[in-house]
Design a protein around this ligand. Structure first.
Ligand SMILES: [Zn+2]
Length: 405
């Protein structure tokens, strides 16, 4: 906490977070600060958080007086419904500015790259709210049942060694994931116009409205191209057959690249696009029936981009395309498996987004602390999870207040 206050002035930033309560017995700043510590300690629920509220370490870390009453689980849930998301995004914006100024957020091959993707959370057959998305699911022995769920889209700034989860937006009833993503991209580019030059995404985002939006802001896109754009794919494949591929060797992997530009047939898009294909083969050994056999692993990738061959070479497009995996591996996989982001802390649309934004803040501060503050000799041979457990242990090892009589 001392690190978070010294480097990011978090204590002061929490005081700027607002909520919509009419009467506040406990100041608003206590709640995001508690939730921030909850995520750092990798706790799984507000009830677990409630059990720690009287620990001296918590009070000291949160900077609260000994005699101040700390909120219970119900109060935390009540306030999380009312936390102002714009002021929470301001705290994340402050982190972004600090990380940019300190050159923690690096460029990839000279370009600032971001990834956008969606994630499903909190599906249930019983619990729902007014913003829940619904779908019919065939359940064995129970026929067709309505399933309630939420979907959230996230924008992450990518880098070689550090990534920042910058914003999140809940998919509203009646809209699709791309609609929510467009709203989030507009907001990010309005607030931080220089946060990225290239947006990457999976095949769902290879749509004319998304490409038009990024071009409107003078940015570019590199999106996975799949069968959804059959005409463009067929045209590109016909031209690839006439081209001899360029060959790149990366360690054990051999990459064959094809690159054709100037496609203008995409309906609804007035910008020519370029299609890049990469076929990547890596020799591997497979153990079959107790015998090692040599084999070759082959991956096929195709991307569509608004960047021309003059602006960016083929190998860089392939690098940007692969960088998109960071939002899966160092984004969703990590926050779901290690930070319990999937857990339904409180089923309310505002709570879900508020908690994810506070999680993003905790995630950035934690990784900044481990990679930039701890000495390399200390970090050697110790995985990230070791440091997460060390931080959690710092809270749990403290004594109770008041001490048991
Ligand atoms: Zn809901």
């Amino acid at each position: 906490m001392a690190y978070a206050d010294r480097v990011f002035q978090l204590e002061r930033r929490w005081k700027r977070v607002r909520d919509s309560r009419r009467q506040a017995q406990i100041p608003t700043a206590v709640f995001p600060a508690m939730l921030f510590v909850m995520f750092l300690c990798r706790l799984r629920s507000f009830h677990e958080l409630e059990q720690y509220r009287d620990l001296v370490a918590w009070r000291r870390w949160l900077g609260t007086a000994k005699n101040r009453r700390m909120p219970c689980a119900d109060e935390i849930a009540y306030v999380s419904q009312r936390l102002d998301l714009a002021t929470l995004r301001d705290v994340l914006g402050h982190l972004y500015t600090r990380l940019m100024r300190n050159k923690v957020l690096e460029r990839i091959r000279g370009w600032r790259v971001a990834a956008v993707d969606g994630h499903e959370i909190g599906w249930s057959y019983k619990r729902c709210c007014e913003e829940c998305l619904t779908r019919n699911v065939e359940v064995k022995g129970a026929g067709t049942r309505i399933q309630y769920y939420h979907r959230i889209v996230v924008l992450q700034l990518l880098g070689e060694t550090f990534r920042l989860l910058l914003d999140a937006e809940l998919v509203k009833k009646g809209e699709d994931e791309v609609g929510a993503a467009k709203r989030m991209i507009e907001r990010v580019l309005h607030r931080f116009p220089r946060s990225f030059d290239i947006l990457t995404g999976d095949a769902l985002y290879a749509q004319a409205p998304v490409l038009r939006l990024v071009r409107k802001h003078n940015k570019h896109a590199v999106m996975v191209l799949k069968d959804e754009h059959r005409d463009l794919l067929v045209d590109a494949e016909a031209l690839f057959r006439l081209q001899s591929p360029s060959v790149v060797q990366q360690g054990q992997t051999t990459l064959h690249h094809w690159d054709v530009e100037g496609f203008t047939s995409w309906t609804g898009l007035d910008h020519p696009v370029r299609v890049v294909r990469s076929v990547e083969s890596t020799p591997v050994r497979e153990r079959v029936a107790n015998q090692w056999r040599p084999s070759v692993q082959i991956h096929h990738w195709t991307w569509v981009t608004t960047l021309s061959q003059k602006q960016v070479p083929t190998a860089s497009i392939v690098r940007f395309g692969h960088a998109r995996w960071q939002i899966e591996n160092q984004g969703f996989n990590e926050i779901v498996n290690s930070w319990h982001a999937d857990h339904s802390f409180h089923h309310h649309p505002n709570s879900i987004v508020a908690l994810w934004l506070i999680l993003f803040i905790a995630h950035a501060v934690f990784h900044c602390f481990v990679t930039r503050n701890l000495k390399p000799q200390l970090r050697q041979n110790r995985p990230i999870i070791f440091w997460a457990r060390q931080i959690a242990a710092c809270f749990r090892l403290d004594y109770w207040w008041p001490p048991p009589s």
